[in-house]
Design a binder for this molecule. Sequence first.
Ligand code: C2E
Ligand code: MG
Ligand code: MG
Length: 568
Amino acid sequence: MIADDALFHQAFRDSPIGMALVDEVGHLLEINAAFATILGVPVDQLVGRHFAEFTHPDDLKRDIELRQKIAEGSLAFYQVQKRYVRPSGEVVWVRATVSDVGRHRESQPTLYAVQIEDITEIRRTKELLEHRALYDQLTGLANRTLLLDRISHALERHALRAATVACVFVDIDHLKVVNDSLGHEAGDTYLAQIAARIEDSVRPIDTVARFGGDEFVILLEGVADQDAALRLATRIIERVEAPLSFAGHELAPTLSAGLALAEPGIGAEGLVRNADTAMYAAKQAGRARLEVFSPRMRAAASNKLSVEAELRTAIRNGELVVHYQPVVELATRRIVAFEALVRWQHPQRGLLLPDEFISIGEEANLMVPLGALVLHEACAFAAARPLFAGRVFVNVSTRQIGTADLARAVEEALETHGVAAQRLVLEITESGILMASQAAHADLKAIAAQGVELVLDDFGTGYSSLSSVLQNPVSGIKLARAFTLRLGDGSTGDRISIAMASLTKSLDMYGVIEGVETEAQYLRARSHGWTHGQGFYFGHPAPAEQISIDTDGTIHMSAAAPNTASSR
Ligand code: C2E
Ligand code: MG
Ligand code: MG
């Protein structure tokens, strides 16, 4: 049965799909409400208007061609995605189906039916997904996928040319300090600013990508040789390393970077890997530098992986040992404490100092088990020397604080060995104490509430401001050895030492001056007002077996060959 006209009209009018009848020239004859809504123009204002008035200029030509084909009879209908422009200027994407509905009357020309659906949202999501798949959300830079694709193309393009392709792998030094001290949001902003600086300092043909957390890769195309690539890379690094005023702090960002040039037969992944290996060498060499890839670096990188695996088992197999270095009261030179310092008794390589494995432990997430081991050893050391009235200082890594629940680990070690909390002191680095995270704050508070004191280690080498130090339950500071080395210069070195000593005193904290090696340094430190000291002048770190206490409390350290690197 054929629906009557009224019914048909109602269906047309109320359809949720935009519908219009258009004459052969393109004028809108009849329009339903959905169509008008999509175009953003009331129905009555649309009648008689030409569809071209609303069509996006870039889509018009194709529309006209296709309608022509329908008019010629070579197409029965067509469906396209096209854009309309609303009077407000807003662009809407629609899926439009245009078909020939024949003639109304024999004498009249052909009419067209147009059906449209708003697909703006679908398109936007699709574009977003496509963008997400290729770009980093935080920095807007290319991501790993897009980078590797670009490198592959660049390598193909340059295969037959004299010029070559180079990659610079860049890692922001100490981003963790920014994250830990100013919070992750600030860390993200910092990262985005550095990203913008890199992007601003490359040539238009180069690609900058965010490769991972704080890692960027720059693809340099059409470089003549290694020197040319080095010049470009150096220029980029110099610009990025300009001082940055950030969240009320003056920061001096530094980068560790590795440069690798394409070699015959290399693929995108291989080139990036070489640049990464060179970057790792730069980090090993002390950060804030640029290294050029060479094949022998590969051996070093694979060494790192094996050290990581070895360290994991070393912790389990009891290869880590703890040595103890005396902390003395300067006035009397009496030992008042020992600092626990971890060592690795490596089956092949001998006794390794922390410099050789702590950073690997940090990267490989091994600081929690390593730290727990040292805590237990230190408590056992104290428990085994009931006649020793002093305390044991234990270094803790930032990674042990907060979610890792250091308070719990400390409590457990103390309980296991029956040691009073007052006999333990934890040494925390500036970045550790500055952590903005709630969890870290709460953890430190809980530790202090147990009666365990906290001291700030290597003071003066980080970024802490005095006020942030004071917000934490810190009862002492240890002045970094770098300052001790400058004692007696009759200038800044001495002035800093004096100022720090008096500051410590006025804050009602105790101060330990580290790395005292000579009598001259000892005397000067005393005259500057330091109350406590530590250093080879008073005693080297020694294994627990070499430290014994007489019944009258006298401490004996049997003189064995010092195992401390003198180069520190
Ligand atoms: P630190 O906590 O500042 O420890 C002092 C370092 O200076 C020790 O090096 C010590 O042997 C060395 N030292 C002491 N007196 C002198 C001196 O007069 N001259 C010179 N040149 N050096 C001196 P070590 O044992 O190699 O430890 C290096 C760093 O490794 C420590 O610095 C500490 O930050 C870290 N570390 C050591 N043990 C642990 C641990 O159990 N856990 C964690 N997280 N870090 C640890
Ligand atoms: Mg220490
Ligand atoms: Mg120290």
